[in-house]
Ligand binder design. Structure first.
Ligand SMILES: Nc1nc2c(ncn2[C@@H]2O[C@H](COP(=O)(O)OP(=O)(O)O)[C@@H](O)[C@H]2O)c(=O)[nH]1
Ligand SMILES: [Mg+2]
Length: 451
């Protein structure tokens, strides 16, 4: 895993939070200090680290956790949020034939990365042509040709031609439009006018969809300055940070580049052609903090803060009018309250071991399948489950990408819940309890029985 040391320290902080009896000033101070130390050791800019921890401290003191979340969980969420926020927004990456121009200084990993990208696309069914436009060094052309052979993609070079833009034009003429075209250009030791002139000509010939800067993470914070300089000169659509595997300064490089305004799109994590991964801030921070499925956790938080529908569902349950529509609402909020706490239980330091991760995984998957199925139902079906017979089951299965048996399982589950609810509601004690909960829920967040 990249940024091992930083991840370890941050996970240590989360464990400290889990172990602490209450979230008081002393613990908060310690947490803030630990995070600062961890960030600085990973070469994150001092100012950035200070601002981040100040925000953590302020939010932990001023903001209140949403109903259903403990102060402890909330503090973890704040830390996650703030670390996440210094890495820039998530951007969807479209995997389609594109023209990609790679630029960067000497030795940063451009040629290797061109090969890695080629493999990445080809593995996902997009044919790739690699263009050797590093006209200044014959060895660089041979290097790319070798890599193209390993990847099994198309390759174009013209060793007699010294104008990179001409080579690019020739390559484009050769390959059909469903090819992704990746152009490896020459490096320099600095951003100079010769480099920029060549880039300008190559760009005019290629008209790239993406202009990506390849940067060595070992530069640490200096990577940010380099990214800004290139961004200002040529307008980048992305940055690829390489050698993140071997660098203790990766945190500095990542955060500094993110601040430059050019998004990080991929990370190079080794010398091999497979060692390239998409950079998605949310996923990255989740992994760094050791939160397997934080995405689900975040969705829970969003749902906890918006629960009008859940309240309605609980009221319907009470009146004995439980519909698939209510089940859907429950699954989206209430039904996962159990999962919500289990999720935290599964995080390292949060009583891990109590929940078998396989059970957790399975129930997560089932919930996801159920949600997909419910989302494929029509409005009238959601109101009246009795309509759903053989043909509709087939249609819903197809629409949700699930097997018909899964649709039937859901319907059975629904029927059981409805019956159980009916029985429960005639129980006076339960009814009073449910009424109290609905009345007490601040945002309409009841905590009635999960299906
Ligand atoms: N450990 C590691 N080494 C890398 C990575 N990317 C490139 N390299 C190595 O960095 C060196 C320079 O790479 P190269 O692609 O020739 O750089 P270029 O001059 O920018 O084209 C080579 O030895 C590569 O094997 C990476 O992600 N991790
Ligand atoms: Mg090269």
């Amino acid at each position: 895993m990249v940024l091992d040391a930083l991840g370890k320290s941050l996970r240590g902080v989360l464990q400290k939070i889990a172990r602490g009896s209450t979230i008081d000033d002393a613990l908060l101070n310690e947490v803030v200090r630990d995070i600062q130390r961890a960030l600085l050791q990973a070469d994150v800019n001092v100012q950035l680290a200070l601002e981040l921890t100040q925000r953590v401290r302020r939010r932990a003191k001023e903001e209140r956790p949403p109903a259903g979340a403990s102060p402890r969980d909330f503090l973890v969420r704040i830390i996650y949020d703030e670390i996440r926020s210094i890495l820039g927004p998530d951007r969807p990456f479209e995997l389609k034939p594109k023209k990609i121009l790679l630029t960067g200084l000497f030795g940063q990993g451009k040629t290797t990365t061109a090969g890695k990208l080629a493999r990445y696309f080809q593995k996902r069914g997009v044919r790739v042509g690699l263009v050797a436009a590093d006209v200044h060094r014959p060895a660089a052309i041979d290097q790319l040709e070798q890599i193209a052979g390993k990847v099994g993609c198309e390759f174009y070079a013209n060793r007699g031609e010294s104008r990179a833009e001409v080579i690019v034009r020739e390559a484009l003429d050769r390959w059909p439009p469903h090819f992704a075209v990746i152009v490896d250009t020459a490096g320099r030791s600095g951003v100079d006018s010769e480099l920029l002139d060549e880039l300008t000509r190559v760009r005019a010939a290629l008209r790239p969809d993406e202009t990506w800067l390849v940067l060595d993470a070992a530069m640490g914070q200096a990577a940010g300055r380099s990214a800004s300089a290139f961004h200002a000169a040529v307008g980048l659509t992305g940055v690829i940070l390489t050698k993140v595997d071997g660098s203790a300064k990766g945190g500095g490089a990542l955060s500094a580049v993110a601040q430059s305004g050019a998004p990080i799109v991929f990370l190079g994590t080794g010398e091999h052609l497979e060692e390239l991964e998409r950079f998605e801030p949310t996923r990255f921070v989740s992994r760094l903090l050791g939160m397997g499925d934080i995405q689900t956790l975040l969705e829970r938080f969003e749902e906890l803060t918006n629960q009008e529908e859940a309240k309605k569902a609980a009221e319907n349950l009470m009146r004995g009018r439980f519909r698939l529509r209510d089940m859907r609402t429950q699954l989206a909020s209430l039904g996962e309250m159990g999962t919500f706490s289990k999720l935290f239980g599964a995080l390292p330091g949060f009583g891990a071991g109590k929940v078998d991760p396989r059970t957790l995984d399975e129930s997560q998957r089932r919930l996801r399948r159920y949600r997909a199925i419910l989302d494929s139902m029509t409005a009238e079906e959601l109101d009246d489950a009795g309509l759903i017979r053989a043909e509709r089951i087939q249609r819903i299965a197809r629409g949700s990408g699930q097997r018909p048996t899964e649709v039937r399982a859901l319907l059975k589950h629904f029927e059981q819940t409805r019956k159980a609810a009916h029985g429960l509601v005639s129980n006076r004690r339960f009814r009073r309890q449910l009424e109290r909960q609905i009345a007490a829920a601040p945002d309409g967040e009841p905590s009635g029985p999960a299906p």
